[in-house]
Design a protein around this ligand. Structure first.
Ligand code: 5GP
Ligand code: ZN
Length: 156
């Protein structure tokens, strides 16, 4: 049995609140978010560190993180920006040995809130938060492809 928790989440064998998924990657809410909407993007294929990750797959993971950051800005979470962070290796404080890109929504003048979030790491209504992010993804999809009709997850 695979003892990697992110592999189990990717396979649907461990619980997670997913906001996006395709054949190669999935994105889900961090269980101990720094701020509301803190999301992780992971490749489905196990890679412990960047050294183990196919570069094309890494580019795909970053592309998804890029789009999620924009989607969170377009969503009802109304972020003003984001920190995209990838901690590679224990020297860089990587704690889960399966590559993951953090997408951390930011607001103007939120420094105190983020500092507090680092200390508390409390979930913020994950179901509603995920629905909001899916709504932002649907809004972006709709802008890219107007007239294509409602998208799955556009439940905001
Ligand atoms: P790292 O320090 O390795 O870059 O961050 C690992 C992140 O994974 C942390 O923010 C932590 O809260 C999150 N995390 C650890 N285990 C789980 C889990 O089982 N489910 C989810 N959703 N997030 C997790
Ligand atoms: Zn894994």
């Amino acid at each position: 049995m695979n003892d990697c928790v992110f592999c189990r989440i990717a396979a649907g064998d461990a619980p997670a609140v997913k906001v996006y998924e395709d054949d190669a990657l999935c994105a889900f809410l961090d269980i101990r978010p720094i701020v509301r909407g803190h999301t992780l993007v992971i490749p489905k294929r196990h890679a412990a560190a960047l050294a183990d990750l196919d570069a094309e797959l890494g580019a795909h993971v970053f592309r998804a993180g890029h789009r999620l950051a924009l989607a969170i800005q377009r969503s009802s979470l109304a972020a003003d920006g984001a920190n995209l962070v990838l901690n590679d290796g224990t020297a860089a404080f990587q704690t889960v040995p399966h590559v993951h890109l953090h997408v951390i929504p930011r607001r103007h003048r939120d420094t105190l809130r983020v500092a507090l979030g680092f200390l508390l790491r409390r979930p913020h209504d994950p179901i509603a938060t995920a629905a909001a992010i899916r709504g932002g993804i649907a809004a972006l999809d709709n802008e890219d492809n107007p007239g294509a009709g409602p998208h799955e997850g556009a439940d905001e």
